[in-house]
Design a protein around this ligand. Structure first.
Ligand code: ADP
Ligand code: MG
Length: 238
């Protein structure tokens, strides 16, 4: 069964149609990367899946449930943003546990989950610090940890590496990929970086103006681009 299914999905902002009609099926435990130029609708699509943006037509399923009208908190999805959106006045531990606290998760359960995620992300030594005392890479891991403690079915990443320098970006890229295999969850990762897409994805969705140009493995997209746009964007020598 598909982890996420979109059928005829439509999104408008006022008179502007940013997604004319989108069909997509993402498999369970798949690592899918949405790639495309700035403004093509990547963030909008992710926000739709997260429930942060209503749709103007079509259907969205997460697992078997149609979620068009389901509030974000009920979707069993966690999103990691580009700017991390950490609370500056809270410690790393409290930042990571906050979402669970809001759901009235018992204290020792929160502690257990935060410690586990912090261990996997190697931020166990920073749990009592505030975000401003961390490096960019560490903050990125805290944002990741905050998503992990919720134990979601699906992770959504919106350009989570764009604030990191090139070297760190490579490291965190590898870590996220490894985590996805460990956690056995479905992940959608948005980027405008072709290299990121090619190295991380099980399958890549190439988007242009809200329209899927190609959906395939990195090899397929690279070796058999569906059109000139894909060829140009992915940089294959055709
Ligand atoms: P990407 O993430 O691929 O850069 P976005 O999903 O952010 O693209 O944006 C897709 C299009 O929708 C752009 O043309 C953008 O200007 C427009 N858009 C995004 N959010 C809004 C909004 N809240 N109101 C109006 N237009 C928006
Ligand atoms: Mg975006």
């Amino acid at each position: 069964m598909a982890a996420i299914r979109m059928q005829g999905l439509v999104k408008r902002f006022g008179d502007t149609t940013v997604i004319p009609s989108l069909d997509l099926e993402i498999r369970d435990q798949e690592f899918v990367v949405f790639v495309g130029p700035s403004g093509c609708g990547k963030s909008t699509l992710l926000r739709i899946v997260a429930g942060l943006e209503p749709v103007d037509g079509g259907e969205l399923f997460i697992g078997e449930r149609k979620v068009n009208d389901m509030p974000p908190a009920e979707r069993d999805i966690a999103m990691v943003f580009q700017d991390y959106a950490l609370y500056p006045h809270m410690t790393v531990r409290d930042n990571m546990g906050f979402g669970l606290e809001m759901r009235n998760t018992p204290r020792d359960e929160i502690r257990r989950r935060v410690d586990r995620a912090a261990g996997m992300l190697r931020i166990g030594d920073y749990l009592d610090r505030k975000p401003k005392a961390l490096s960019g890479g560490q903050r990125q891991r805290v944002a990741m940890g905050r998503a992990m403690v919720r134990d979601p079915q699906v992770f959504l990443f919106d350009e989570p590496l764009s604030n990191l320098d090139a070297k760190l970006r490579g490291e965190v890229r590898t870590e996220i990929k490894a985590l996805s295999q460990q956690l056995k969850t479905t992940m959608i990762f948005v980027t405008h970086d072709q290299v990121e897409a090619m190295t991380m994805a099980d399958r890549i969705v190439v988007l242009k103006a809200g329209v899927v140009q190609q959906f395939g493995t990195p090899e397929e997209v690279y070796q058999s681009p569906a059109n000139q746009f894909v060829a140009g964007f992915i940089g294959s020598p055709t």
